[in-house]
Design a protein around this ligand. Structure first.
Ligand code: CP3
Length: 358
C-alpha cells in the first residue's frame, strides 16, 4: 500500500487540491505517519477552554453561541495542529433540538427527563430541529472558514442507541438497565424511539455536511451493553440506514463509527454499516481488530486516556505499540475514549510529537 509523508502532494479531494491526511485515510490510504486528533480535544483540560467556559456557565448556551463554540473548537488546533478539528457541541444537543429537556449540572453530568412511554417518544418534534440547530450550523460554517484546508472538520452526532440510553435513563448510568429492559420488554416503543432518532440524526448530520463538515462521526459510547441480536437491531441497522441516507445525498461522504466496547462484533459492524472507519476502544487489541475488519475500512484509536494522563515512558510504549500494530493499514491515531480533565496539556503535545516522528 502507498505510504506517503505529510509534505508530499496528493490528488484532488473534498477539501480542494491538497486533501488533509484524515480524508486520505478515510478514503482507504495507509498514510505514514498517520493523522492524529483526539476525542474531546476541546475541553476542561485546557486553561483557555476553562476561561471561555467561565464566561458561559450554561453548557447548552456555549454550544449554541457560534462565536464561543467556534473559539473552543479552534483552541486545540492552534495549540497542537491536529489533523482534524471536531465541532464543539454535544451528542445530547440532538434530543435538546427535538424539544426534550437537557441540563448539565456541575459534578453530575447531563440531566434529561426520563422517557418511559409512547407519549414521550411522540413528543419529539422534528419540526423544531432546523430552527434549533441553526446556531450549531453557523459554528460549522465559521470553523470551516477559519481552518487550513488540510485540516478536516469532523461533524458528529450520538448514535440513536446511545442517545436513547440518556433519554430513557434520564442521564448517565452504570448499566443502562432501564434502556435494556425497554428494548426487550417494550420492543415496539423502543424501536419507534430508535426510528425517530435515526431520522433526526440523518437530518442533523446532512445539515452539518451541507454547512461544511468534511466527514461525520457517530459516537456510540454504550453500544457494548447490548446482546448480539440487540446490537444488530439497534446499532448496526440504524447506523447502516444513516450511512446509506447520507451517501445518497452526499456521494462519497465518509462516516466514522464508534461502537464502543462492542468487542468482536466490531467486525460485523464494519462490514455491514458502510462506515469508512471504525473507532477502537482501549480494551481492544488493534492486531486482533485488524484481522476482523476489512483493510478497506480505516481503524481509529486507541490509546488509553489514562496513559495520556500518566505521560512519559508508559504513554510512549503504549503509543508505539498501537502505531506499530497498524502500520501499513489505514489508521487514524486517537484515544480509545475522550480526554479526561486531569490530562496535562504538555502530555498531549508530547503525544502529537511522538506520532508525527513515527
Ligand atoms: O470531542 C470534542 O472535543 C467535541 C465536543 C464533544 C463534547 N462531547 C463536548 C463536551 C463531543 C464529541 C462529545 C460527545 C459526547 N457527549 C459523548 C460521546 C463520547 C463519550 O464521551 O462517550 C457523550 C456520551 C456525551 C454526553 C456528555 N456530555 C456527558 C456524559 C457529559 C458530562 C461528563 C463530562 O465530561 O463533563 C457531557 C459534557 C461535555 N460535553 C463537556 C464537553 C467539553 C464538559 C462540559 C463542561 O465544560 O463542563
Amino acid at each position: 500500500m502507498n505510504e506517503r509523508r505529510q509534505d508530499e502532494t496528493a490528488g484532488p479531494s473534498a477539501t480542494g487540491d491538497r486533501p488533509g491526511l484524515l480524508l486520505r485515510v478515510l478514503a482507504g490510504e495507509a498514510v505514514w505517519p498517520p493523522p492524529v486528533w483526539l476525542m474531546r480535544q476541546a475541553g476542561r483540560y485546557l486553561p483557555e477552554y476553562r476561561a471561555v467556559r467561565a464566561q458561559s456557565p450554561d453548557f447548552v448556551g456555549l454550544c449554541t453561541t457560534p462565536e464561543l463554540a467556534t473559539e473552543v473548537t479552534l483552541q486545540p488546533i492552534r495549540r497542537y495542529g491536529f489533523d482534524a478539528a471536531i465541532l464543539f457541541s454535544d451528542i445530547l444537543m440532538l434530543p435538546w433540538a427535538l424539544g426534550h429537556g437537557l441540563a448539565f449540572r456541575e459534578g453530575e453530568g447531563p440531566v434529561l427527563p426520563r422517557l418511559r412511554d409512547q407519549a414521550g417518544s411522540e413528543a419529539l418534534d422534528r419540526n423544531r430541529l432546523a430552527g434549533a440547530i441553526a446556531p450549531i450550523l453557523e459554528t460549522v460554517e465559521r470553523v470551516r472558514a477559519a481552518l487550513d484546508p488540510a485540516t478536516a472538520l469532523i461533524g458528529f452526532a450520538g448514535s440513536p442507541f446511545t442517545v436513547a440510553c440518556y433519554m430513557v435513563e434520564g442521564g448517565g448510568s452504570k448499566d443502562h438497565a432501564a434502556t435494556r429492559a425497554m428494548a426487550y420488554g417494550q420492543p415496539a416503543l423502543f424501536a419507534a424511539l430508535i426510528a425517530v432518532l435515526t431520522e433526526a440524526s440523518i437530518d442533523y448530520l446532512a445539515a452539518q455536511i451541507a454547512a461544511g463538515a468534511d466527514c461525520v462521526m457517530l459516537f456510540d459510547s454504550w453500544a457494548g451493553v447490548l446482546s448480539p441480536a440487540q446490537f444488530r437491531a439497534h446499532v448496526i441497522a440504524p447506523t447502516r440506514q444513516i450511512v446509506a441516507a447520507l451517501s445518497t445525498r452526499f456521494p462519497g461522504v465518509k462516516v466514522i463509527g464508534f461502537p464502543r466496547l462492542s468487542g468482536t462484533l466490531l467486525g460485523e459492524y464494519a462490514a455491514m454499516t458502510g462506515v469508512a472507519a471504525v473507532g477502537m476502544d482501549s480494551a481492544s487489541d488493534p492486531v486482533v481488530l485488524a484481522g476482523l475488519v476489512s483493510p478497506k475500512v480505516a481503524l481509529q484509536g486507541n490509546l488509553d486516556p489514562q496513559a495520556l494522563v500518566a505521560g512519559g515512558s508508559a504513554m510512549e510504549s503504549e503509543a508505539h505499540a498501537i502505531l506499530g500494530a497498524l502500520r501499513g493499514r489505514p489508521h487514524v491515531f486517537n484515544l480509545g475514549h475522550g480526554i479526561v480533565p486531569e490530562t496535562p496539556p504538555a502530555h498531549v503535545e508530547a503525544l502529537v510529537k511522538l506520532v508525527r516522528a513515527a
